[in-house]
Design a protein around this ligand. Structure first.
Ligand code: HSE
Length: 397
């Protein structure tokens, strides 16, 4: 019998409990043993919950209970999550987490703790919600040299951009709707300004390239400056506007991770990824490219990934070594955004004397896409020279 604890009874934690009891029999079949939730840790009171006997406010009940072999962490934030997760791992209890902030900031330390105790720190739910991506990257695709990953990794912003595009909905109204549906972070600034997507591309980059990539080293720009007219003119020019998180290995072996709103050509499969859905495109020498697609946020989709990890943790009594990376004091393997090379979208004043082919003009200005690649540094300078009110890269192949 595997007994596990759930830390945090918010959107994701309550989803873990709900889905576990809904599918308990088949979950046990997959785990190969009986399972039950012994504790739910939350500082709030839930007197009407059918699980009220399982609640505790004291994490040490979990830590000091030798019957608990797996902990599902769904609290979010770095503290007290880090302290709880580290002490659980240090005492040999495996952890499954949905907490991308924790993994992006402290994944290297927690993986090391798990290794020392021969248990596991799993985080499938931290990237892409329901989408299996962490395990495929280090298992199913392990035969490849993966050289790039690009994804729509934030459900809230994709939902907002979709509503702006399909319904002409105002930004603030679409955000409120996303919050009501349980997609957004506690502080939606993390979604809107790209920090959530940044944490997720850090996790992917660390896993794929083997060294911890910290959020502060990744150029991150969100969608708060995107205007309806950019979404509309991008469409006329044959593109969708998406918040893209990407990483690629550049010529000299360094990697270039970024999070930015980008124009995605309509013929690129990611252009049609709408609402709360996420997609991750993985480029490797064996596979060419493979796309993973699914619900990127929400209660049961995220709970599905957490429980998948709880089941995995129940089956493994040794550390899964393929899912790892090392700390990185020296960050010189990360190239600066100035080196990002792409075609660029510009929106410039309608009466600009600049002579460009294939531009689209309306009352909001003239929009066009460059024929040639420019680096970010060059595009920024051009935007200043042309007095552009918006400029964004176009996602390449
Ligand atoms: N706020 C996140 C999103 C939740 O919108 O994608 C899932 O990580």
């Amino acid at each position: 019998m595997i007994k596990f604890a759930v830390l945090g009874y918010g959107v994701v934690g309550s989803g873990v409990v709900e889905l576990f009891y809904k599918n308990k029999k088949s979950i046990e079949k997959h785990a190969g043993c009986e399972m039950d939730i012994k504790y739910i840790v939350d500082i709030r009171d839930f007197p009407d919950s059918p699980y009220k006997d399982k609640f505790t406010k004291d994490f040490s009940d979990v830590l000091n209970d030798p019957e608990i072999s797996v902990v599902a962490e769904c609290m979010g934030g770095t503290e007290p999550a880090f302290t709880f997760v580290k002490s659980a791992l240090d005492s040999g209890k495996s952890v499954a987490t949905s907490n991308k902030e924790l993994v992006a900031a402290k994944g290297d330390i927690l993986l090391e703790s798990a290794r020392k105790q021969n248990c596991n720190f799993f985080f499938e739910a931290s990237v892409g919600g329901a989408i299996p991506i962490i395990r495929p990257l280090h298992r199913c695709l392990a035969a490849n040299d993966i050289n790039a990953v690009a994804g729509i990794l934030n459900g809230t912003t994709n939902f907002i951009l979709t509503k702006m595009y399909t319904e002409g909905m105002a930004f603030s109204e679409a955000l409120e709707l996303a919050q009501n549906l349980g997609y957004a972070e506690k502080d939606p600034t993390a979604d809107v300004e790209g920090h959530d997507a940044c944490r997720k591309i850090c996790i992917i980059s660390s896993l794929v390239f083997g060294k911890h990539v910290y959020p502060e080293n990744v150029y991150t720009k969100g969608i708060s400056e995107i205007e309806l007219c950019d979404v509309a003119s991008a469409d006329v020019l044959g593109h969708s506007v998406k918040l893209v998180a990407s990483v690629k290995r550049i010529g000299d072996g360094r990697i270039l991770p970024v999070v930015m709103p980008m124009l995605v050509p309509h013929e690129n499969i990611m252009s049609g990824v709408s609402d709360v859905f996420n997609a991750v495109l993985v480029y490797g020498d064996g596979i060419d490219k493979t796309m993973f697609y699914g619900r990127g946020a929400g209660k049961l989709p995220t709970a599905s990934a957490v429980l998948g990890d709880v089941i995995e943790a129940s089956k493994h009594n040794v550390t899964v070594f393929s899912q790892t990376w090392t700390s990185s004091e020296d960050r010189s393997f990360i190239a600066p955004v100035d080196e990002l090379s792409a075609k660029w979208y510009f929106r410039i004043p309608a009466d600009s004397a600049c002579d460009v082919e294939d531009s689209y003009c309306d009352e909001n200005g003239r929009s066009f896409i460059t024929k040639e690649n420019l680096t970010f540094a060059q595009a920024k300078k051009t935007a200043e020279e042309l007095n552009a009110s918006a400029f964004m890269p176009v996602l390449g192949e």
